[in-house]
Design a protein around this ligand. Structure first.
Ligand code: ATP
Ligand code: MG
Length: 356
């Protein structure tokens, strides 16, 4: 799959901009604060219906305007498709796929398959467990609509449960009923997370050893209380821990506590890895994500690489450029000096919300 064209209207610092893409490397070069990341963000918004770096949709509207609109044209298996995202100052929002309005976001996520890699992605390796869960959840959601629905329903129940736990008198029967539904969602979510982690692991082993001349072995270990438990056992487990939930006034058990341990040569990379090892592990995970999508979706995802070249050494950069030369990527940078002998590339400059 590849993006042919994006039209931005009043999106961030773009008032009216058409951007054309090749099915290869699209490099956007410019100084700081010119609008490079905004291009990446607009594509992300088209894929997920929301931004990864704005807490409210309205932040995406140009300061002087009342709405923004993104029109994105892409080709999937040689068929032309279109996504339109619209948000106005009154928080009216619409997402359309080929002219048809989408009412549930789960019906849209996964249509335009993207993988984002930015300096913030390093949090996957060194940040809190929530960043690693999010990494896995985004992959699972792009691969399966039913995953995203189970996840959303679980989070709704969790919110209800936590609200009840904050009350002076807790209605236990109400929580037992919530546990009924939550255990079904947990069962689904844990199986999917485990399956994807195993698939990522297989790919990661090969990529990591290629990246490090066989010096580093990577391991991914899924940490959860629920693996190999039946739905009934999960329900029982939640019920058994309710007295601690009540004491602490919050839910102590659940998939919101899962984590993914990333080991390099047997050691936890978040604790013992060097900066370079963390970056390498992250590059491995992102490329493993890329390969898992190709296997599972039978389609090639689009790589969004925001300002990461400055974070990688020359060896990792050549590896990455070689790796991506036959796919579509959208890369931003302040310094294009890493581009030497690269095929299938178009370089555009970005200045004050204009692309040339
Ligand atoms: N809603 C908005 N309306 C108008 N301008 C905005 C809005 N939101 C952000 N901007 C502006 O967009 C500009 C460019 O942002 P962007 O993050 O794309 O820069 P960049 O080119 O990626 O820079 P850097 O190299 O520092 O990462 C910023 O100067 C910011 O003030
Ligand atoms: Mg930027």
């Amino acid at each position: 799959m590849y993006i042919e064209k994006v039209n931005l209207e009043n999106f961030r610092n773009y008032e009216s901009q058409e951007i054309n893409f090749i099915n290869g490397i699209n490099l956007f070069v410019g100084n700081n604060a010119q609008g490079k990341t905004n291009i990446i963000e607009s594509i992300y918004v088209s894929a997920f219906g929301k931004s990864y770096r704005a807490s409210k949709d309205m932040e995406l509207i140009n300061f002087n305007k009342d709405f923004f609109r993104i029109n994105l044209n892409y080709k999937k298996n040689n068929i032309n498709s279109k996504i339109e995202i619209f948000v106005d100052k009154n928080n009216r929002k619409s997402i359309k796929e080929n002219g048809v309005k989408i009412s549930k976001i789960a019906d849209h996520v996964g249509s335009l398959l993207v993988i984002i890699f930015s300096p913030d992605s390093l949090d996957i390796v060194k940040g809190s467990p929530s960043k690693r869960r999010n990494f896995i959840d985004v992959i699972c959601s792009q691969l399966s609509k039913s995953y995203l629905i189970a996840y959303q329903e679980y989070m709704k129940c969790l919110k209800l449960k936590n609200a009840m736990l904050k009350k002076d008198i807790v209605d236990k029967d109400y929580i037992y009923i919530l546990h009924e539904k939550m255990s079904e969602d947990i069962y689904k979510i844990v199986r999917s997370r485990n399956d994807i982690i195993n698939k990522l692991l297989k790919k990661s082993k090969i990529i990591q050893s290629n990246l490090t001349n066989n010096e580093e072995d990577i391991d991914l270990i899924y940490q959860t209380d629920f693996l190999n438990k039946s739905k009934d056992e999960i329900k029982m487990y939640l019920d058994e821990h309710l007295y601690i939930d009540i004491l602490r006034k919050s839910s102590v058990k659940g998939i919101q506590r899962d984590d993914l341990l990333i080991n390099i040569n047997g050691e936890d990379v978040s604790k013992y890895g060097s900066q370079g090892q963390k970056r390498t592990a992250l590059l491995t995970l992102k490329l493993a994500n890329f390969e898992v999508f190709i296997d599972e979706k039978d389609d090639i995802p689009i790589l969004l690489l925001d300002d990461i070249m400055s974070e990688l050494d020359s060896k990792r950069i050549s590896f990455l450029l070689k790796y991506i030369e036959n796919y579509q990527s959208i890369i931003t940078t302040t310094d294009a000096s890493f581009v030497k002998d690269v095929k299938n590339i178009v370089i555009s400059s970005v200045k004050c919300g204009k692309v040339e």
